[in-house]
Design a protein around this ligand. Structure first.
Ligand SMILES: Nc1ncnc2c1ncn2[C@@H]1O[C@H](COP(=O)(O)OP(=O)(O)OP(=O)(O)O)[C@@H](O)[C@H]1O
Ligand SMILES: [Mg+2]
Length: 508
């Protein structure tokens, strides 16, 4: 099935002084996957939000299909069959999968016959690329399952154009292959046109048919994926050749154990065990990596370490002292923590960048004297951080929620990596970052380690763990089930343990 599914012509969008999009055009064909590449803040999300009518372009237009129907608001986009999966989840956490699917429909009867809905959806599920338990509450789903649900939610609305904003950021490589492979099949089969924003070249090469690159709000070019190398794509993205930052792993001076977790038990929101009898130690000058598929207790572990979730057994010691997760302890021990989904879990979207960056220190001089917040000091501090971490735009007054996804991540990383932490806990630190930023953050994590921090790196990205960690643990079902070193690490063996299979895999 060929033909044009959608066309964006000379679309421009300005936010205040910032020209987020400057006459960008894009052609989307039926029956394939089109990748949209660009650095953090390049305008990718803004472009797709213009396409779905979430934003009205200042100039240019978006036309759908052979009949060139004009899309000018979300209702049009919806009625004409354009669906979008946003960079951040939009599910209702306290409802079940079924409820989320039914309530996503624009027109609902005033009384919903849930039995009928359940049967209809169960039937249609069979034709979907992946299956989900209809009665599971969404807050019990792992990140990967939530992402699948977001996609199914759109597909059940019979969309002709599916837009995915970084769909695989929350997926493991296996899950990403499954999701993208299935979606590509579906596109081929049904003529569905898919526009996918991603930072992963691997996915572009393996799954996309065409690629368009944006840089600083401008259109750089479109290519057939088969005709263009990864080097060429990265050059188009950043406008120059990229020479990566080499990681300098220095021999660790033994600084003693800075973080000790002993027989820790943590419950999830419904009182079921999320983490069971987990013990580990991290010395100063060492990165311990915890690999695992999301939803195996990582989130609860990080929340407990950040003092945002009670523990039900065991203990945590920081710098040799019993630790209860109180704010004063975090400050006193220089215990820094980056949870997953920082926009939701580590920042207040409507507050300014400066206020968000000041969280860690706003009640200490020079930022606070006699209980008064010293705005100017907070601002100067925030300015330094965002310059250092190249947060763009470099404006501390705007709400942090207005930053692009990757820039929110950079801003929160700036806050947590600053000020020489003793203990640094990071969960999926490079989520949503472009490749230059990934290299930079990896270098910074290594630098924190070399400077003596005890770093606990919790990540779903196995390559990242193997690259950075001094020791590797695998978490499965809330337990550490396997330990190895990066030198001895075999991704297949680790993957096997991540998937919850006890013991060594059988040799073939
Ligand atoms: N609602 C808004 N108000 C003000 N500025 C905005 C708004 N939305 C986006 N911007 C700005 O527009 C620019 C483009 O942002 P956009 O979210 O499109 O980037 P992106 O390419 O999706 O980046 P990322 O890879 O980090 O997600 C950024 O500089 C961002 O700060
Ligand atoms: Mg974005």
């Amino acid at each position: 099935m060929t033909g044009l599914a959608l066309e964006a012509i000379n679309v421009s969008k300005r936010f205040g002084d910032l020209q987020a999009l400057d006459r960008v055009s894009l052609k989307l064909k039926k029956g394939g996957i089109h990748a949209l590449l660009g650095e953090n803040g390049a305008g990718k999300s803004t472009l797709v939000k213009c396409i779905v009518g979430f934003y009205t372009p200042d100039e240019g237009e978006v036309l759908l299909g052979e009949h060139q129907q004009l899309i000018s608001n979300p209702r049009d986009a919806h009625d004409l069959g354009i669906g979008m999966v946003y960079q951040h989840f939009t599910l209702v956490p306290n409802m079940t999968v079924l409820e989320n699917l039914v309530l996503a429909r624009p027109r609902l009867p005033s009384i919903i016959d849930w039995n009928k809905e359940r049967m209809a959806i169960a039937e249609r599920m069979k034709g979907m690329p992946f299956q989900l338990p209809l009665d599971a509450p969404v807050n019990h789903l792992a990140a990967g399952e939530k992402q699948k649900l977001e996609i199914i939610k759109q597909l059940l609305l019979d969309v002709k154009v599916l837009i995915l904003d970084e769909p695989t950021s929350v997926l493991t490589p296996d899950e990403a292959d499954e999701v993208l492979g299935q979606i590509k099949d579906m596109a081929r089969r049904t003529g569905l046109a898919v526009l996918m924003i991603t930072h992963k070249f691997r996915e572009v090469v393996l799954y996309a048919d065409d690629v368009t690159v944006l840089r600083r709000g401008r259109y750089v070019g479109s290519e057939r994926v088969g005709d263009v190398s990864v080097e060429k794509m990265s050059e188009m993205m950043v406008g120059r050749e990229f020479s990566g930052t080499a990681l300098a792993r220095e021999p660790a001076a033994d600084q003693g154990v800075k973080l000790a977790i002993d027989a820790l038990t943590i419950e999830d929101d419904s009182g079921l065990p999320a983490v069971s009898n987990l013990s580990l130690t991290v010395k100063g000058g060492e990165i311990v990596g915890i690999a695992g598929v999301s939803g195996n207790g990582q989130r609860e572990l990080v929340e407990a370490l950040a003092g945002q979730r009670p523990t039900t057994g065991g203990e945590i010691r920081v710098m040799g002292e019993r630790y209860r997760g109180e704010r004063q302890e975090l400050l006193r021990h220089r215990f820094h923590c980056l949870p997953e989904e920082p926009l939701r879990n580590a920042s207040v979207s409507r507050m300014s960048v400066a206020e968000n960056l000041g969280f860690r220190c706003f009640d200490r001089p020079p930022h606070s004297i006699g209980g008064f917040l010293r705005r100017r000091a907070i601002n100067a501090y925030a300015q330094r951080l965002i310059a250092e971490f190249k947060v763009s735009p470099a404006n501390t007054a705007i709400p942090i929620g207005n930053l692009s996804g990757g820039n929110v991540q950079r801003a929160i990383l700036a806050r947590e990596l600053w000020d020489q932490p003793n203990v640094l806990v990071v969960a999926n630190p490079c989520f949503g970052l472009d490749f230059t930023a990934v290299a930079e953050i990896h270098a910074r994590l290594m630098a924190a380690r070399n400077a003596g921090a005890a770093v606990l790196l919790i990540s779903e990205d196995l390559d990242e763990i193997i690259e950075l960690a001094d020791r590797i643990d695998v978490i499965s079902d809330g337990r550490l089930v396997y330990e190895t070193t990066p030198q001895a690490a075999d991704p297949i063996v680790i993957g096997h343990h991540m998937a919850g299979h006890a013991g060594e895999p059988h040799a073939h």
